[in-house]
Design a protein around this ligand. Structure first.
Ligand SMILES: CC(C)(COP(=O)(O)OP(=O)(O)OC[C@H]1O[C@@H](n2cnc3c(N)ncnc32)[C@H](O)[C@@H]1OP(=O)(O)O)[C@@H](O)C(=O)NCCC(=O)NCCS
Length: 308
């Protein structure tokens, strides 16, 4: 598989409009938990890799599900490559005892959506990315929101220089807030190791990008967390404790994250939102985030087979 890594990265970057490097791909593979399923297939025609399939554990999927991805070069579509790759993926998932499959399709690709629906996948959620240009962002219109938070005795800090116990407390706080998002409501709480991974704490740690809103009594009211992909700041989560909601803290939290990203020379901030997450969408709009094309998350639930 490693020999196919450059072809894999080239084709997936082309189809998914990404700029992942072969080095970052290999590093990501090396960090994967060997206990969790991770299988890849390539389909070649005339000696060229023209199709890819990936079956793996993805922490945002429902418990027991595996994440499937099949991609075919735009010029090689309609020749059965996708069908053959999907058959492999589905069989491997069933053999692994998965409860079902989750997959993503761009909301700009009706043909791919129809193809996935013919395979029994059904839309479960719609998310879209939005992006903020950090090179032109102006904080001035939002000073009032910062002043309102200050008037309530709320201060903002980050995990830069925090000791191990405080970081551990943060990982638990983050895991609790995750289960309150529309994405992970009803899912089991993530183990700290999983939180460390999405926050890049073991390979590109930036504890100073983990921002906290702290109440007058020192209690943690909310957080926002950034990781970087090249010059892009990715906002993994902005969340306010249920008891501190409605006090206007989400926007100041994000402003503090924006400040840190700009200080680090990052040029854009990106976030992914569930289409039904009205409060977060409103905050992002006010800050000037612009919506980009999104994707459907599709699910296929496998029928339970009797062991008799
Ligand atoms: C969705 C995607 C993987 C389909 O790839 P593909 O190689 O075109 O898939 P296929 O050729 O197997 O199927 C496309 C259609 O072409 C036709 N087709 C398949 N084999 C054919 C053949 N030998 N001759 C003529 N037509 C054929 C069929 O109508 C087929 O649909 P069906 O199998 O549902 O009846 C591709 O469009 C893609 O990469 N999209 C972006 C990623 C994505 O959204 N993936 C889906 C979620 S994992």
């Amino acid at each position: 598989m490693d020999a196919d890594a450059p072809a894999w990265v080239a084709l997936s970057n082309l189809v998914l409009d990404r700029t992942v490097t072969v080095e970052a791909f290999r590093a990501g593979e090396a960090r994967r938990d060997p206990q969790q399923l991770n299988r890849r297939w390539v389909a070649e025609r005339g000696g060229e890799v023209q199709g890819l399939a990936h079956l793996s554990f993805f922490p945002f999927d429902p418990p027991g599900f595996l994440h499937a991805s099949v991609l075919v070069h735009p010029e090689a579509r309609g020749r059965g490559l996708g069908r053959a790759l999907w058959a492999e993926v589905e069989q491997a998932a069933r053999e692994a005892g998965a409860a079902g499959l989750a997959a993503d399709v761009a909301d700009t690709e009706p043909d791919s959506l129809a193809w996935a629906e013919r395979r029994g996948l059904r839309p479960h959620a719609h998310r879209f990315a939005s992006e903020l240009d950090l090179t032109t962002f102006d904080e001035t219109p939002h000073r009032e929101a910062l002043a309102r938070a200050a008037a309530q005795g709320v201060t903002f800090t980050d995990l830069g220089g925090a000791d191990a116990a405080t970081l551990e407390q943060y990982l638990n706080f983050f895991a609790d807030r995750l289960t309150e998002t529309p994405d992970l409501a009803g899912h089991p709480r993530w183990p700290p190791k999983q939180v460390r991974e999405i926050l890049h704490l073991d390979h590109d740690p930036r504890p100073d990008w983990l921002v906290l809103a702290v109440g007058p009594d020192g209690g943690w009211l909310g957080t926002t967390a950034l990781v970087a992909y090249q010059l892009m700041a990715y906002n993994e989560l902005t969340a306010v404790h249920p008891q501190a909601r409605g006090q206007g803290l989400a926007l100041p939290l994000k402003l503090h994250a924006i400040r840190r990203a700009r200080e680090a020379g990052l040029t854009a901030m990106r976030t992914n939102n569930h289409s039904r997450n009205a409060p977060m969408l409103a905050v992002n709009r006010r800050l000037g985030f612009e919506a980009r094309p999104g994707r459907f998350e599709l699910h296929q639930l496998f029928a339970l087979t009797s062991g008799a």
